[in-house]
Write a protein that binds this ligand. Structure first.
Ligand SMILES: Cc1cc2nc3c(=O)[nH]c(=O)nc-3n(C[C@H](O)[C@H](O)[C@H](O)COP(=O)(O)OP(=O)(O)OC[C@H]3O[C@@H](n4cnc5c(N)ncnc54)[C@H](O)[C@@H]3O)c2cc1C
Length: 429
């Protein structure tokens, strides 16, 4: 069965072409007992399973395809600290206590990613030179300055950049200034996911691939989770399906809108061209509402990503725009060999924040990373593991909120297209 959002044009990538061997994750073919069952094998689910297994909790993870099949195996691999909103706003919105925890959790999320990579020896081309946010106009330069100041007040290694500095670090003259956040970096996203799966299995988690959850029924002492060939009788369930959330619980799926993001990548560049692009090993994205994100991979391929579309024709058109944009940013690319193109779905929420829900007692979910989940979904997994192993809500590093569905959900696709057109206008100002 194909997930509703999937399109064949999206799944074969630079990352799948350069992936490490997958860990053995056979389909579930028996009836198991488990304290916790995690649904979804991306960063959120695997980090939850790993952290639970580290605590000695018995945990089973069920993935519909294979670990890293979803956004976690397809993204730009940019490890970016923080949430979409800046720290002062988060503390204002969530209060000094919870707000501060959220800022700390999201700011330190890259530390968690790179420490898991170190601890478990995950081979994923990790580099930690920092993330550059490049400002597309004068107002965005000011926003970057304020953002840098707010994080600096909290001790983060981040700095505003003027035009000359950003030109030098990017190897491109396309921007007006920006910031460098040295907490960030880059990974091979699929190999990071596969490494998390191996680590979780090594710690005792049972991880099953090709095991789509088809039903979830409450029992007196927990839940019965069914796949086509087996079942798990479990105390708690953690839903970690983000933009690929199925209709298992009704409301959860309607709390976010899956939006397509696509990428294109060149073949490895010649040594001299490669040295002129992001020469110090940074990863970068810009400040536009319809932003582009770009980087080199460890073999010197140039990758650029941005907004996708819902139909195959629209997706191809967006990919062509990205190729043109890449050559505007870096004319030295000439007419490169565009080797791969792919994409996936990000889960957009109304307030642009990720959410941690307890849909009913023992049925927990973490989702809505709004295109910024390499670090944050890994961190959310740790919080979900705390919640599933009994930490009181008041002691968690992220608030537990009720599920709020998006009104007029059936209009989500035209609404995303209208919003994108509006953002394109705003970006031109
Ligand atoms: C093209 C693209 C580029 C991106 N670039 C970046 C970036 O550079 N930096 C960044 O921070 N973030 C980026 N993101 C966002 C980031 O990839 C996501 O936020 C993150 O991967 C979400 O992880 P997840 O584990 O929550 O979800 P996913 O990785 O999507 O995993 C969900 C899993 O649930 C499974 N599933 C669904 N239904 C069922 C079921 N019924 N039973 C069992 N399993 C099920 C799916 O098969 C899937 O594998 C990007 C996303 C995309 C799509």
């Amino acid at each position: 069965m194909i997930i509703e959002n999937e399109r064949p044009v999206l799944s074969s990538s630079t990352w799948t072409a350069t992936a490490n061997a997958r860990p053995d994750t056979p389909p579930l073919r028996e009836d198991l007992q488990s304290d916790v069952t995690v649904v979804g094998g991306g960063y959120t689910g695997l980090s939850t399973a790993l952290h639970l297994a580290e605590k000695g909790v018995s945990v089973t993870l069920l993935e519909a395809e294979h670990p890293g099949w979803g956004a976690s195996g397809r993204n730009g691999g940019q490890v970016i600290p923080g949430l979409k909103e800046d720290p002062d706003t988060i503390e204002e919105m969530f209060g000094p206590e919870m707000g501060r925890r959220m800022v700390r959790l999201s700011g330190a999320a890259p530390d968690l990613v790179f420490s898991l990579i170190d601890t478990y020896g995950i081979d994923c081309g990790a580099v930690r030179e920092g993330w550059i946010q490049s400002a597309h106009n004068a107002e965005a330069v000011r926003t970057c300055q304020e953002r840098a100041e707010q994080w600096q007040r909290r001790g983060a290694d981040i700095e505003a950049l003027n035009k000359q500095q950003v030109d030098d670090l990017l190897g491109s003259e396309a921007y007006h200034g920006g910031l460098i956040d040295r907490r960030g970096g880059g990974v091979h996203p699929l190999n990071y996911t596969l490494g998390l799966a191996r680590a979780a299995i090594a710690q005792g988690a049972r991880v099953f691939g090709h095991s789509r959850v088809i039903s979830l029924d409450r029992r007196s002492d927990g839940f019965l989770v069914r796949t086509a060939l087996g079942s798990v009788h479990t105390g708690k369930v953690v839903l970690a399906t983000n933009a690929y959330t199925p209709d298992l619980t009704g409301r959860l799926r309607r709390s976010m809108v899956p939006a397509c993001s696509v990428q294109v990548a060149t073949a490895p560049l010649s040594e001299n061209v490669r040295r002129s692009i992001l020469p110090y090993g940074h990863v970068a994205s810009d400040t536009r509402k319809l932003l582009v994100y770009y980087r080199l991979d460890e073999h010197g391929r140039f990758l650029i990503g941005g907004r996708g579309a819902y139909g195959d024709g629209g997706i191809e058109a967006q990919m062509a725009r990205l190729r043109a944009r890449a050559c505007q940013l870096y004319p030295q690319l000439g007419e490169p060999d565009w080797e791969h193109r792919w994409g996936g779905f990000v889960a957009m929420t109304r307030d642009h924040f990720p959410h941690l829900h307890e849909i009913e007692p023992g049925l927990i979910a973490g989702l809505g990373f709004n295109g910024r989940g390499v670090a944050m979904a890994t961190a959310m997994g740790r919080v979900l593991a705390d919640k599933a192993s009994g930490t009181a809500d008041k002691d968690l590093d992220f608030p537990v909120t009720p599920v709020r569905t998006i009104p007029f959900y059936f209009l989500r696709k035209p609404a995303v297209s209208v919003l994108a057109a509006w953002y394109a206008l705003v970006d031109r100002t």
